[in-house]
Design a protein around this ligand. Structure first.
Ligand code: NDP
Length: 252
């Protein structure tokens, strides 16, 4: 790949890169020439993702809810590949219960995994991103950064928070030539949403009917935006939240 979208010589770290949307983004970033560190808790999924990527890929076992683990994850990346240019803050989860049924610990677990961890990862990566001189942060919001659902109050709060946190990174780190942008996926077919289809009656049909493209997204649908936001093509794009949703957010 040449020119604007070429990632040759750059190093990416993708949290939750061992499956779903994270792996879709990791594959595209790797395909554009970057070295990629996959971070996740599950060693088998980590190994399979590295095997799928091939050369210039490695993995690290990391729990984004553990500050020491996050620090070790960043160190493993810089030790292995000599720096860090692209941080993809993707790891996330959901607990689908309305407010009246959601325990406080469950609320805290979702906020911690989806939002507190973004702070921890960004903070730990900052010295390396600054040293890069061309740092990129990509966060993952959701349609629930814009809309909400009664069955996912903590998730909606965390994903709304991700967008505002991303704007704070963008404005705070612009002087270091670090761009930070959020991607807002529509409904994408992954382990996360396979569980949602079991939990929420009629979800599959509702998503297809509500999405102008008339289908669920697949992880590879996130590859193009990942390369754009990781590359020089987006050097004057920062603080945005970009839907990749088959038109979901455009339709009333
Ligand atoms: P998956 O369940 O397929 O992937 C979640 C990933 O996060 C896994 O790789 C998992 O790795 C990792 N992860 C979860 N908790 C932790 C943790 N504590 N520490 C480290 N890694 C962790 O879901 P998706 O690919 O669908 O989700 C990826 C992101 O996209 C999430 O932020 C989600 O909210 C967001 N999103 C998804 C949408 C969809 O329709 N699928 C829509 C909008 C946003 P491991 O198994 O090894 O722990």
């Amino acid at each position: 790949m040449s020119g604007l979208f070429d990632l040759t010589g750059r190093v990416a770290l993708v949290t939750g890169g061992n499956g779903g949307i994270g792996l879709g983004m990791a594959k595209a970033i790797h395909g554009a020439g970057a070295s990629v560190m996959i971070a996740g808790r599950n060693t088998e999924k980590n190994a399979a993702a590295v095997a799928a990527l091939g050369e210039r890929a490695a993995s690290v076992v990391a729990d984004v809810n553990d500050a020491a683990s996050v620090a070790a994850m960043v160190k493993a990346t810089t030790d292995r590949f000599g720096g860090l240019d692209i941080l993809v803050i993707n790891a996330g989860m959901n607990i689908r219960k309305p407010v009246q049924e959601l325990a406080f610990d469950e609320w805290r677990q979702v906020i911690a995994t989806n939002l507190d961890s973004a702070f921890a990862c960004a903070k730990a990566a900052y010295p390396a991103l600054k040293a890069s001189g061309r740092g990129k942060v990509i966060t993952i919001g959701s349609m629930m950064s814009i809309f909400a659902a009664g069955f996912a109050p903590a998730y909606a709060a965390s994903k709304g928070g991700i967008v505002q946190f991303t704007k704070a990174l963008a404005t705070g780190w612009a002087a270091d030539n670090i761009q930070a942008n959020a991607v807002l996926p529509g409904w994408i077919d992954t382990d996360l949403t396979r569980r949602a289809r079991q939990d929420v009656a009629g979800l599959n049909e509702k998503v297809v009917a509500r999405t102008p493209a008339g289908r669920w997204g697949v992880p590879d649908d996130l590859g193009g935006i990942a390369v754009f936001l990781a590359s020089s093509a987006s050097d004057f794009v920062t603080g945005t939240a970009i839907p990749v949703d088959g038109g979901y957010a455009a339709m009333i």
